[in-house]
Design a protein around this ligand. Sequence first.
Ligand SMILES: NC(=O)c1ccc[n+]([C@@H]2O[C@H](COP(=O)([O-])OP(=O)(O)OC[C@H]3O[C@@H](n4cnc5c(N)ncnc54)[C@H](O)[C@@H]3O)[C@@H](O)[C@H]2O)c1
Ligand SMILES: O=C(O)C(=O)C[C@@H](O)[C@H](O)[C@H](O)COP(=O)(O)O
Ligand SMILES: [Zn+2]
Length: 365
Amino acid sequence: MKKVEIRAASKTYQVFIGSGLRHQIGSQLKSILSQPPSSIFIISDTNVAPKYLDDVKASFDKELSVFDYVIKSGEASKSFQVYEDVLTKALESNLDRKSVVIALGGGVVGDLAGFVAATYMRGIRFVQVPTTLLAHDSSVGGKVAINHPLGKNMIGSFHQPEVVFYDTETLYSLPKREWRSGFAEVIKHGFIRNRRFLEELERDWTSFENIPIEQLNTMLEKSISVKADVVAEDEKELGVRAHLNLGHTLGHALEAELGYGVMTHGEAVAIGILYAMRLSEEINQIDLNIPHYEEWFRRLGYETRIPASLKGEKLLKTMSQDKKVEAGTIRMVLLEKIGQATVTNIPPDIILALIEERMEEGSRG
Ligand SMILES: NC(=O)c1ccc[n+]([C@@H]2O[C@H](COP(=O)([O-])OP(=O)(O)OC[C@H]3O[C@@H](n4cnc5c(N)ncnc54)[C@H](O)[C@@H]3O)[C@@H](O)[C@H]2O)c1
Ligand SMILES: O=C(O)C(=O)C[C@@H](O)[C@H](O)[C@H](O)COP(=O)(O)O
Ligand SMILES: [Zn+2]
């Protein structure tokens, strides 16, 4: 088993990475939680629950009350309606301030369950049990949120989990599309902070078929360590944490404009990273060798261009509502070089011109 420590200003906790961890959650929590839980509330989704919910439930002593709530899978569940439904179930189950929420699933479950935990009775403890590759990112660092029709993750909080149990055996039931989606955040961690890691990824990850679990676990430990370093420096995104948003200003706008769930988060981030690299070249007057990276992304099966169905002006408007905007100015994460990020004010005309440039063939002008 591997372990990464997250030293956030508000809390230090461990991310355990290993095969089969879901079977040990109940017993492990006995020593990890300083106060025993009065009850457990597991939130999962319709794809994950049939596979793994019983295993997690069975890991708890019979005497402890364990409730669960299964949401419909997909990004559309990060909504006010589902948030309310989960809270209703929590209240009906008489959860109290010593209860512990468990997020069993991908980033959708993690973000929603974390926000439920952050707000139920003004905040109760929660535990992340990620089951997607992408959730190596979402389960760490304490950003929890739901979406608003006008923008991604607009209603949320910072609420750190007590612990993260990353049972990487569960990733082997993921569809290939979800491996690819999650890998975009891994690549992002390389681009913003660790060139050597990025080079290793390029060398070792040529497809998502038959990945040995040791290779997976080692890669995840490195990727989570990048996030851990950033969160330790800046838990609440007052500065350097914004670097974790590389590719997200456009990425989030793509998700919102296409309708939540049409493009996965990672698919949108991959297009957003290449777009941010192009902006970096323009603004910082550097050459990042984009054709090289675009070719790698294509080989891995990513779309690399902005869908032709979208309009530049509308994307710009949505990007103007990004959380990094200050006094109406769009601020984006750019690269100074591969492995080093920075945040820069970007004039709207440049944003628009490069959106047009990065549109799918045949849709420009
Ligand atoms: N809080 C953060 O710091 C942070 C970071 C990155 C992304 N996010 C958020 O995470 C979300 C995306 O997360 P995601 O990609 O995990 O999406 P997701 O939770 O929707 O999972 C993707 C799909 O895989 C299914 N699935 C999950 N685990 C499975 C398994 N083991 N086997 C088979 N199917 C499984 C899900 O049901 C879903 O259909 C977005 O909302 C994004 O905004 C948050
Ligand atoms: O942890 C962070 O900080 C990130 O930005 C990680 C991102 O991958 C993630 O998608 C996050 O939810 C985006 O946050 P937001 O503040 O831009 O909504
Ligand atoms: Zn992300």
